[in-house]
Structure formats: structure tokens, C-alpha cells
Design a protein around this ligand. Sequence first.
Ligand SMILES: C[C@@](CO)(OP(=O)(O)O)[C@H](O)COP(=O)(O)OP(=O)(O)OC[C@H]1O[C@@H](n2ccc(N)nc2=O)[C@H](O)[C@@H]1O
Ligand SMILES: Nc1ncnc2c1ncn2[C@@H]1O[C@H](COP(=O)(O)OP(=O)(O)O)[C@@H](O)[C@H]1O
Length: 270
Amino acid sequence: MISFPICKINLGLHIVGKRNDGYHNLETIFYPIALNDVLEIIQADTFSFKATGIPVDGDPAKNLCVRAYDLLKQKFDLPPVYMHLHKAIPLGAGLGGGSSDGAATLLLLNQKFQLKLSPGELIDLALQLGSDCPFFIINKPCIASGRGEILQPIDVPALKGLKIIIVNPGIHVNTGWAFSQITPTAISHSLSDIIAQPITTWKNVLKNDFEEAVFAAHPAIKNIKDQLYAQGALYASMSGSGASLFGIFNKNNIAELRLPENYFVHQSDL
Ligand SMILES: C[C@@](CO)(OP(=O)(O)O)[C@H](O)COP(=O)(O)OP(=O)(O)OC[C@H]1O[C@@H](n2ccc(N)nc2=O)[C@H](O)[C@@H]1O
Ligand SMILES: Nc1ncnc2c1ncn2[C@@H]1O[C@H](COP(=O)(O)OP(=O)(O)O)[C@@H](O)[C@H]1O
């Protein structure tokens, strides 16, 4: 069986409080983007995992696909499988690619071996893999709170018919470090109220709390946001804890960005 794990951007991201378990409560809107990895799972005589495409760092046994399989193996008598992950989503980019692969593994195995896990059970398992993972069980625009697992589907009519450009400069921002830089604050504007307004009103009110610290540490990241606006973006922001930036444009107003050749650039319809 094959699946195409997509990625996400964050439309607004507020850190609202530090929790006793070391994580933070946040409020954000997860919005799915049509930039995807490919994951194939086949029943086999022995377990194996192969990754191609953009190289994934670290121990393959800790890959989120393998960790998702191991998690289900603790609960069910799963047979061995061959898993092939082809990576196209940049890593550690604030796009949730690894989380999406982990969630896709849970969904594929649930379907293939008829495990009959409900969406709620899959979300609980996904949260054990990472805070971004539960969203990829749903894969529809959602307003999220808690660590990211309290999810409410939401319509974002302001984005209909528009185009997105994602730029990743390949700078690694550690997510734990980014959270440590933030002093949590109460939300002054409701995210759902903001995104119900036309996109031209978002610029000064829809904010990612990580930008200030990440831009201060990496001016090259801020420079991309400035370029997106200079090229006519209706709205531009960093995604997650970085380092990807996205700009939202009218269809007939595609940016001509002057970026270093090694930067990753993706364009798609919203
Ligand atoms: C910031 C966000 C926003 O969507 O996205 P990314 O930038 O990673 O894509 C997420 O909250 C990231 O989720 P995820 O990347 O799954 O993080 P996790 O593996 O769960 O946690 C990595 C580390 O970040 C911190 N962390 C993460 C989530 C959270 N709600 N509070 C935290 O304090 C913790 O220090 C944790 O050890
Ligand atoms: N399938 C996977 N794809 C990408 N990264 C993975 C995967 N499995 C584990 N990882 C680890 O997770 C780290 C960050 O994952 P990723 O989801 O790409 O970042 P982000 O949460 O910033 O979007 C990677 O640097 C890598 O070490």
C-alpha cells in the first residue's frame, strides 16, 4: 500500500503557557500543503526500512515510520513489513514532514491489517510520536490547542484560489531551543476571528511567536520574509519553529525571488 504524507504550515502560532510535563500549550492553525513524501508498506518475511530522496539524519531505527510501526507492534500481533520512505519534504523545516510520515504509517498499518483503531485512538498514538503528529491523522485545516492534539477542523475561505510559495534556507532551528526562547502570553486576538477576515488584514495581527527569537538569531531567515513581501505577498510568515517561510500570493502574481541556489523552493495552489 502507498500513501503520500503531506506537510503543513502554521497560520499564526501562539505559545500560551508552559506545562508541568515540560511541553508548552499552544494555539495555531495547521494548514495542509500539497508537498509530499511517498511511503510504501508491503508485508514481508522480515522487517526492513529503506529511505531514499532527501537524506534523513540519525538512526534509521528511530525514524518516525519505524517508531510508528514499533508502537503498533506493542499493541497488535503485526507481521513483518518492508517500508520504503521517499523523502521530498525538507527536514527539520517547520513543515512537520517527519510527523506526517509517522502518522501516515499509523494510518496505513491500521487500514492494511484492519486494526480498527478509531480516529481518537490514532490521535492518542500519534501524540506519542510528536506534538505535530495528531494533525496528520486528520489532514484537513484545523485550529489546534494543547500540545497540538486538540484539533477542530476549520474552513479558511480567505485562502481559496491563492498560491503559496515555501522557501527553506536549510538553516536548522532546534524546536526545543525555540520553545525555550519564548515567554508565554495570553492570546489577545482569536485566531479563528482573524482568519475569517480577508487575507489583506492578516499582516499585522496573525503572528508566529517564534519569529522574534529565530529572526534575531538568523537574519537570513528574516530576509526571506522581507523578500516575500517585497515581491507582493498578501501574507508571509515563518512556519512552526522554522526555518521555512511561506508567502501567499494571487495566482497571477507569482514571486520572482532572488534566492541562493541551495535554498529549497516549493509552489502550489491552496
Ligand atoms: C513548533 C511546532 C508547531 O507546529 O512545529 P515544528 O516547528 O516542529 O514543525 C510543533 O509544536 C513542534 O512539534 P514537534 O516537532 O512534533 O515537537 P516534539 O517532537 O513533540 O517536541 C520537540 C521539543 O519541543 C518542545 N515542545 C514541543 C511541542 C510543544 N507543544 N511544547 C514544547 O515545549 C519540547 O522541548 C520538546 O522536547
Ligand atoms: N521520516 C522522517 N522524516 C524526517 N525527519 C525524521 C523522520 N523520522 C525522524 N526524523 C527526525 O526528526 C527531525 C525533524 O523532523 P521534521 O518533521 O522534518 O521537522 P519539523 O518538525 O521541523 O518539521 C529530523 O531532523 C530527523 O532527525
